[in-house]
Design a protein around this ligand. Structure first.
Ligand code: HEC
Length: 285
């Protein structure tokens, strides 16, 4: 008998070999995927905090607050980022600010200042004299300021500018959009706008009172009649409406809906930071 195999047998062996090789390759690939050296997980300090956390603050609610507190607890965060997180957490749920307490005595200035803002202790601890009138404020706040802290003040529920104003895509639009305010107003004008809101008010921002036939009354702006309804923008930036038949009278208040005395909520250094922030909006430098 000849020693070499039959052609059919040889073809079978070849198929078995090819099958075996394919299996080897498959096992190898799987092992590589599973055990290949992985890049080390970057530490939080090494990566910038995803600015998406502001969205959590704006969305609000219990889950957002819990997630923000988890982020607040991450080790190695930049103090400025952590201070921003404190504000986002306060935005998410306003009725309790005790989460800020552990940062009240922090050695990091941004954290300490932000905690003090949230806990409402800034003004009581202030020792510098407060300027007496608008001109004196304009002189005192002509320069400097920490823009990043200014943004925190703007967004904080405690100061509440973002309840009515938009800036950098955050906040509400009951009042004018302030995204470009640094281009149209200088520091002096911004200070006056905050301290004396009713001094110069554009028509569309004048407050109006809507009295109903039941004797109720509402304050709003941009009041108009449309399709049998009276529609207006409430002081909190929400659209309101009621049937025209229920409205007894609409009177022009001749004043701004921006509350008087917002400046009194702010410490001197806080006011400076807020003005620095606003003066920088819409500007490159
Ligand atoms: C209840 C709503 C409300 C709140 C809160 C509020 N504002 Fe206003 N703000 C307005 C309205 C309405 C106007 C437009 C009428 C006017 O000029 O007073 C305005 C005007 C302004 C202007 C002038 C804008 C322009 O284009 O002329 C600035 C600057 C400003 N606000 C800053 C602030 C800052 C800073 C805060 C927080 C400390 C704040 N506002 C809080 C409603 C509000």
């Amino acid at each position: 008998m000849p020693a070499h195999p039959q052609p059919a047998q040889a073809a079978r062996r070849r198929r078995i070999w090819i099958g075996f090789l394919l299996l080897l390759v498959a096992v190898g690939v799987r092992a590589w995927v599973r055990f290949r050296p992985k890049p080390p997980i970057p530490s939080v300090a090494a990566t910038a905090l995803d600015p998406g956390f502001w969205k959590l603050g704006e969305a609000g609610g219990h889950e957002a607050a819990v997630e923000l507190e988890r982020l607040l607890g991450l080790p190695g965060l930049d103090p400025e980022d952590r201070a921003d997180l404190l504000i986002a957490r306060a935005m998410a749920s306003t009725h309790d600010t005790e989460f800020a307490r552990p940062f009240d005595k922090s050695a990091e200035v941004p954290l300490r200042r932000t905690a003090s803002l949230l806990l409402g202790t800034t003004l009581a601890a202030e020792t510098v004299a407060r300027p007496a009138d608008t001109a004196a404020w304009q002189k005192a706040l002509a320069n400097d300021g920490d823009r990043r802290h200014g943004r925190r003040l703007f967004l904080s529920p405690q100061i509440g500018c973002a309840r009515c104003h938009l800036a950098e895509g955050r906040g509400r639009s009951a009042g004018p959009d302030l995204s470009q305010i640094g281009k149209v107003q200088d520091r002096g004008q911004i200070i006056e706008s905050i301290l004396e809101p009713s001094k110069t008010v554009a028509v569309e921002h004048r407050g109006q009172e809507i009295e109903t036939t039941d004797g109720d009354s509402f304050v709003g702006m941009q009041v108009r009649r449309e399709g049998g309804e009276v529609i207006w923008l409430g002081a909190d930036g929400r659209r309101m409406s009621m049937p025209e038949a229920d409205v007894a009278r609409i009177t022009d208040l001749g004043s701004s809906l921006m509350p008087e005395g917002m400046g009194e909520l702010l410490g001197v250094e806080e006011f400076r930071d807020l003005v620095a922030y606003l003066a920088g909006l819409g500007r490159e430098d």
